[in-house]
Design a protein around this ligand. Structure first.
Ligand code: UN1
Length: 521
């Protein structure tokens, strides 16, 4: 049963806590990817003038927000997480309607945002700095975190609440104000997320939402002279542009880009467990995760068994509207993505890979109303083929046969990306060797490449990013700068690096209360 559609939302940007009409007068639509007749909402197609208004509101809010005590900021986040928890079902339904992922996964996405909110809220009473000894007497040396000011957060559509939560919760926890440009495919999820933050007590203007496209709204967020740092998740191509602009402006950019993740299945693996993992990793979220298992690198001894089971089970996955119970694979996000995914089927065939399953746009019955692609499996794939090198971001996976563990690790490491890699093995030595040698920010043993938890850092090596990590106990590092503080209570000029080389005896103090004037024991 498909959920009854609510009437479309028509809204402006959300600036300074209020609806704000765009200067452009142009709009775009958000439609249900499972049924494009269902209009979710109409949103402004903003430009640089709208971004400027959002930055101005953020600057004003920043002045008092940065002075709000950290524990108070934490309380706001905790309340927001609690509100999301109360409304988890409603938010998940909205997400399935706007983005397409099946309802249980949408619940997982909301849950990841809740987890992040609770986790970061605790930083309100735990945002430790350091106190270290000074090289000089009667001098104190310590650090504290400070916010950047106004920061830009630009997020993708595939995790419409979890990814904004990874960025916005720690950004505001650290005292920043935010200009948020969510993906044009999931604007309503973004708006609901920010409304909840404000309902929880976030002052207006601390987070401002500007809707629109990357070319105008996103670009303006990156280029604005008063956005001091940019947090971006998206494609490598756009990430490079963001990084170039930020580089010229000496602005921090934190980039989470693509992946071409692999599951390695060695001869000693539990094959059924590996098939379970591959199905979930490759076809969960219709393959639309940066972490999706889009390569399956399988050792010869288990190749036949693994392939037969995988193809058999993938063929039985139920494709459909993610709001319908029993559906396992939802639509892909839009028609452009659908075409792109299909083009890779042609590329794989032309390269000489064997199409074992799927490979077509799914149009049966009600599927014709949405953007559906059949779960697709290629066999006989070589590591250098384009379908094994390029991010497809759809329900397509490639089985790459390898003779031994060395070849498996080499194939796993052979792409430009380094987000998530996994190994299935029951041999302790093989597992630890893989942990050591796999070139990725995230490594799994006997689990697929998807499913990172928020208490560990998330991010990748090589072209997956530019050296940053989100979430985990270092999450605040991305969103704050260190201030080092020296307090000299000696009452005289003490010269670091110079007075320390003169021997232990310090010159007499002008301060009669100093230790030197105390009587000897
Ligand atoms: C993403 O696809 O960009 O590890 C994020 C996972 C999720 C997050 C994915 N927790 O698959």
């Amino acid at each position: 049963m498909t959920a009854v559609a609510s009437p479309p939302v028509e809204t402006g940007n959300h600036i300074g806590g209020r609806r704000s009409e765009s200067h452009t007068g142009r709009t775009f639509e958000s439609r249900n990817p499972a049924n494009t007749d269902d209009l979710v909402g109409v949103f402004p197609q903003s430009d640089a003038r709208d971004v400027d208004a959002a930055v101005t509101a953020a600057k004003t809010a920043f002045d008092s927000w940065r002075k709000t005590p950290w524990p108070k900021r934490g309380e706001v986040l905790l309340r927001a997480a609690e509100l999301m928890e109360q409304r988890k079902d409603e938010l998940a339904k909205l997400m399935t309607r706007e983005m397409g992922k099946v309802l249980t996964e949408a619940g997982g996405d909301v849950q990841e945002a809740i987890d992040m909110g609770k986790f970061i809220a605790g930083e309100g009473r735990r945002a430790f700095g350091e106190t270290v000894p000074s090289e000089l007497r009667d001098k104190w040396a310590m650090t504290m975190r400070q916010p950047f000011g106004v920061v830009g957060c630009i997020t993708p559509w595939n995790f419409p609440m979890a990814i904004p939560a990874w960025k916005i919760f720690p950004a505001v926890m650290a005292g920043n104000a935010v200009v948020f440009k969510p993906a044009e495919d999931t604007p309503l999820c973004a708006l609901r997320f920010v409304e909840i933050l404000e309902e929880a007590g976030l002052p207006p203007g601390v987070v401002n939402v500007v809707f629109g496209f990357g070319e105008d709204a996103g670009d303006a967020v990156v280029r604005h002279p008063h956005t001091k740092a940019i947090f971006f998740t998206g494609s490598v191509a756009t990430g490079r542009l963001v990084s170039e602009i930020c580089g010229r402006m000496l602005k921090k950019s934190s980039l989470e880009l693509g992946g071409k993740n692999a599951i390695v299945v060695l001869d000693d693996a539990d094959v059924e467990l590996a098939v379970d993992g591959a199905l979930w990793g490759a076809f969960g979220t219709s393959g639309q995760r940066c972490t999706a298992s889009s390569r399956l690198i399988v050792q010869h001894g288990v190749l036949r068994d693994f392939t037969d089971h995988l193809v058999d089970r993938a063929a039985r996955l139920r494709l459909g509207d993610g709001a319908d119970s029993g559906v396992e694979v939802g639509p892909v996000i839009n028609s452009a993505q659908l075409q792109r995914i299909h083009s890779y089927t042609g590329i794989g065939r032309d390269e000489g890979a064997t199409l074992l399953l799927g490979g077509e746009v799914a149009r049966d019955g009600a599927l014709a109303k949405g953007h559906f692609y059949q779960p697709t499996v290629f066999g006989d794939v070589r590591p250098e083929m384009r379908i094994a090198q390029e991010e497809i971001f759809g329900p397509t996976t490639a089985i790459i046969p390898v003779p031994d563990a060395d070849a498996a690790l080499q194939a796993a490491n052979s792409t430009q990306y380094g987000l998530s890699l996994s190994v299935y093995t029951n041999d302790l030595r093989s597992a630890f060797r893989a942990i050591d040698d796999l070139q990725a920010g995230i490594v799994y043993v006997n689990a697929p490449t998807i499913g990172a938890e928020i208490q560990l850092p998330f991010g990748g090596t090589k072209d997956t990013g530019n050296g940053h990590r989100e979430a985990g106990s270092h999450a605040l590092d991305e969103f704050s700068e260190w201030k080092s503080i020296y307090i000299d209570y000696s009452g005289r000029l003490q010269r670091a690096q110079i007075d320390t080389t003169k021997g232990e005896q310090a010159p007499p103090s002008h301060n009669p209360h100093r230790a030197e004037s105390a009587p000897a024991e």
